[in-house]
Design a protein around this ligand. Structure first.
Ligand SMILES: *Cc1c(COP(=O)(O)O)cnc(C)c1O
Length: 437
């Protein structure tokens, strides 16, 4: 099922897109092609593959049949033309920017991002001469104001991890179009089941497949999906896409490969020379996860809504930052952009501050204390004592990770069990005990 993907519904694509019965064995599930390399028919065949004149597999650092199915599947779910899978979400970000940025170039990033992304942009990208400038995702004009002639991309999270700030992708897309640069959207938090940024004006989508796409907390992975409509030749900002590449006999990625040139370059240059390729085994695990994405995601958001409502009514809880609640300043935009729900990760603020946060994570019995999101299991973390402990209090506040903040990722257990565990843990942590609701 590869030709008419557009005619099928989301649930059908989640199970079938990119896959066919195995041509040699008839295997119906996509096999794990656990091989490093692939035999050439003859020397001409090998030459055609190495020159990018022919499609086929050479070596798993570049491409692999299990990974190709996963790439087609996620591209179909996001409404993109092609994709490049990577070893992790961070690798996807790095490989995407490697297609765009040269030393001295800049990009504009939302200041509401996953903490690891802020660190990657601030601490490591400067080693390559890449400069991130930060802007406010609730104020598209702040992105416009940050545009310079060195800007090469705009980067936002569709829903920010952890505090659920919803980016107005349509407004940001207009800013990116005026600047002549692609809008890159990290769509990890909602997953394509809840939101498809390419349909709202984004040009490139990134995922940490480690989270909802894999969905079971057992496999790292990342992916870059291209929308296929960005015109790389509209200005002279993207020579890496438009100018001849020495290593491939003068190939111009945007010209030769058209609406999948970004993905081809990500593999032929990014994976080839940097090497963060996904393992075929992880591709298999993530494909299995994706088959149930629509069912899982709906349960995630239904339970998150119930848990958020419970916590909002609890005496020990000062506030709940969840776009699914009427109290969120992002509620109206969230409802318009994500009518099926706004995800299952959110933060709460405890009246008891830092000490209550520490006691709460330690008092949970069913909900696991760890640093991840998008698992079948419900997860909790107190950022100020863990992921954000290196920051001072002002930096923690700016990152939405103040001393009183706890992040939850609502899993697929019985919702009443999650609520009961949080209720007992809040009693333990905050003394008072009973819910005000
Ligand atoms: C986890 C995460 C990442 C990084 O992904 P890894 O797979 O851990 O490298 C990037 N963006 C968001 C929103 C994330 O939640």
């Amino acid at each position: 099922m590869t030709d008419d993907a557009g005619d099928y519904g989301f649930e059908t694509l989640a199970i079938h897109a990119g896959a066919m019965p195995d041509p040699t064995t008839g295997a119906r599930a996509t096999p794990i092609y656990q091989t490093t390399s692939f035999v050439f028919d003859d020397v001409d065949h090998a030459a055609g593959l190495f020159n990018l004149q022919q499609f086929g597999n050479i070596y798993t650092r570049l491409t692999n049949p299990t990974i190709s199915v996963l790439e087609e599947r996620v591209a179909a779910l996001e409404g993109g033309t092609a994709a490049c899978a990577t070893a992790s979400g961070h690798a996807a970000q790095f490989v995407a920017f490697l297609n765009l940025m040269q030393p001295g170039d800049e990009f504009i990033a939302s200041k509401k991002l996953y903490g690891g992304s802020i660190t990657q942009f601030n601490e490591t990208f400067p080693q390559f001469g890449w400069q991130a400038r930060f802007a406010d995702p609730t104020d598209p004009a702040s992105f416009e104001a940050a545009v310079t002639d060195k800007t090469r991309a705009i980067f936002v999270e569709s829903t920010s991890n952890p505090d659920g700030v919803i980016a107005n992708i349509e407004a940001l897309s207009a800013v990116a179009k005026r600047a002549g640069v692609p809008l890159i959207c990290d769509n990890t938090m909602p997953s394509p089941y809840l939101y498809q940024p390419l349909k709202h004006g984004a040009d490139i989508v990134i995922h940490s497949m480690t989270k909802y796409l894999g969905g079971h907390g057992n496999s790292m992975g990342g992916i870059i999906i291209e929308g296929g409509s960005f015109d790389w030749y509209q200005n002279d900002k993207f020579p890496l896409m438009t100018q001849p590449t020495k290593a491939y006999h003068g190939v111009k990625f945007a010209e030769t490969f058209g609406n999948f040139g970004f993905s081809v370059r990500a593999k032929a240059i990014g994976l080839r020379d940097i090497g963060p390729s996904l393992s075929p085994f992880n591709a298999f695990m993530i494909l299995n996860g994706i088959e149930t994405l629509p069912l899982r995601m709906q349960r995630h958001v239904d339970s998150a809504q119930a848990v958020a409502r419970f916590l909002e009514g609890h005496a020990a809880v000062d506030w709940v930052s969840y776009p699914g609640l009427g109290s969120s300043p992002h509620h109206a935009l969230a409802n318009r952009l994500m009518p099926r729900g706004t995800g299952a990760v959110f933060t709460i603020g405890l009246k008891g501050g830092y000490d209550a946060g520490v006691r709460l994570v330690e008092a949970c019995e069913l909900v696991s204390h760890l640093a991840n999101i998008g698992d079948t299991r419900s997860l909790i973390i107190h950022p100020a004592s863990t992921t954000h402990r290196q920051l001072d209090e002002a930096q923690q506040q700016a990152a939405g990770a103040g001393p009183e903040v706890v992040r939850l990722s609502i899993g697929l257990e019985t919702a009443d069990d999650i609520i009961a565990d949080l209720d007992q843990a809040l009693s333990e942590a905050c003394g008072s005990g009973k819910s005000a609701a």
